[in-house]
Ligand binder design. Structure first.
Ligand code: LMR
Length: 412
């Protein structure tokens, strides 16, 4: 007769709710309504609500398939596929000349892997008293830094009444409360979830502050080329911090959105240091951390991305794909704003078109979000964040009417 243990060592665990973005996907999957729409996770969809394999990725897949040899499933070096992470570094920083000796790049499991590797490394190397995260930020930033065990502090970012950046408060708080050695996580472009970025002038003031206070800037760069359709524009903040020559910086770079390689988990962590010696020591530490967690990263997507980044015709073709995605998103922003204005939906909706990137932080309240979900089967995050990529010319009217009805109902 089989028996079971009388007691579980795990029953005393506290219950942890599922991540809000993934929980929404489960609720959506369980909903049987015909017109249901999900505007949760930041994933690109075409105008038929279908995932889009970038035409350039398809061409690169062919090239990679042809070139595959018996070594294609071999282990990569611990820091990953060098043709990929060097091309990723050059894409991000532009030509660095002799400064490349001061940069360490590691191929990671997407942006999350890069954020996590960076957090573990910075905790060990800098022993920060705190990490500063924007309020709000991507939900997983909290998770990543909590798991690493560094105290999390929030710097003001979103001003709900202005529906824009709370720049003065951001500077004031960091000025008065941050201490040397603290890490500050910055979104390189297309801030997630608000879609609001600092202006170039404001970035300069943030860089001054980092320098003056000895804060360590750690950029999360998930939307390079995807935000504006222009790589140089989207890389501006990172390149500006680098070009000052006075700051050491780290960057977590993702290829999930800009190459549509979501499930392939492709990213890179870059650390720009003050000397080649520091870079070489940091490389040793990063390699140990990587070895202890994944040993070496997977190969296939890195080969695809390296092929795109280093083949001029494919690179040009990828720029067109980026244009296609970013302009469809801009178009959807315009249509949603115009639809709400023509419905006379109470409130001002101009921020939908001034925000950039994958998301709009609509200003819808949790109560309105709940009404939209219950009455119209449209799923968005409680924070009011909408993934604009989920809008299409076919569903936009339905979504605008759902928002309109919920805003009116909550005010009645
Ligand atoms: C998002 O914010 O929706 C995306 O970055 C997907 C994710 O992993 O959370």
């Amino acid at each position: 007769m089989s028996s079971i243990p009388t007691h579980s060592s795990f029953s005393a665990l506290n219950a942890i709710p599922l991540d809000s973005i993934y929980n929404l996907k489960e609720l959506f999957a369980a909903d049987k309504h015909e017109e249901k729409v999900i505007l949760g996770s930041g994933v690109y969809r075409d105008d038929n609500s279908r995932p889009w394999v970038l035409p350039t990725v398809e061409k690169a897949e062919e090239a990679v398939n042809k070139a595959q040899d018996s070594g294609r499933y071999e282990y990569l070096p611990i820091t990953g596929y060098a043709p990929f992470h060097t091309a990723a570094r050059d894409l991000l920083f532009g030509p660095l000349g002799e400064k490349v000796t001061r940069v360490v790049s590691v191929h990671t499991l997407a942006g999350t892997g890069a954020n996590s590797l960076g957090a573990r490394f910075l905790k060990e190397a800098l022993k920060p008293s705190a990490v500063w995260l924007s309020d709000p930020t991507w939900v997983n930033h909290y998770n990543i830094w909590e798991l690493v065990g560094v105290e999390i502090k929030k710097y003001p970012y979103w001003n709900a009444s202005k529906r824009g950046l709370d720049f003065e408060k951001l500077i004031d708080q960091l000025e008065t409360e941050a201490v040397p050695g603290d890490v500050i996580v910055l979104h390189a472009c297309a801030h997630n979830p608000t879609g609001v970025d600092p202006t170039k002038e404001q970035w300069k003031i943030i860089a001054d502050l980092c320098e003056k206070k000895g804060l360590f800037p750690f950029f999360d760069c998930a939307y390079l080329g995807f935000a504006s359709g222009n790589l140089d524009e989207d890389a501006w903040a990172v390149r500006y911090f680098e070009s000052r020559g006075t700051l050491e910086i780290a960057v977590a770079q993702s290829f999930s959105k800009n190459m549509g390689l979501y499930g392939e988990r492709l990213g890179a962590f870059h650390l720009l240091t003050a000397s080649a010696d520091a870079a070489s020591k940091a490389k040793g530490h990063l390699s140990r951390l990587q070895r202890g967690q994944v040993s070496t990263p997977p190969t296939r997507a890195a080969r695809i991305a390296a092929t795109i980044l280093t083949t001029p015709e494919l690179f040009q073709s990828w720029l067109l794909d980026l244009q296609e995605m970013s302009s469809r998103i801009k178009n959807m922003r315009q249509l949603l704003r115009d639809a709400l204005v023509s419905l006379g939906t109470p409130g001002n909706w101009d921020h939908i078109t001034t925000q950039i990137g994958m998301f709009s932080y609509t200003g819808l309240t949790p109560e309105q979000v709940a009404i939209i979900q219950a009455d119209s089967h449209v799923y968005l995050l409680n924070s009011g964040r909408v993934s604009i990529a989920g809008l299409t010319t076919k569903n936009i009217k339905y979504i605008a009417e759902a928002i309109d009805a919920a805003v009116r109902k909550s005010q009645s």
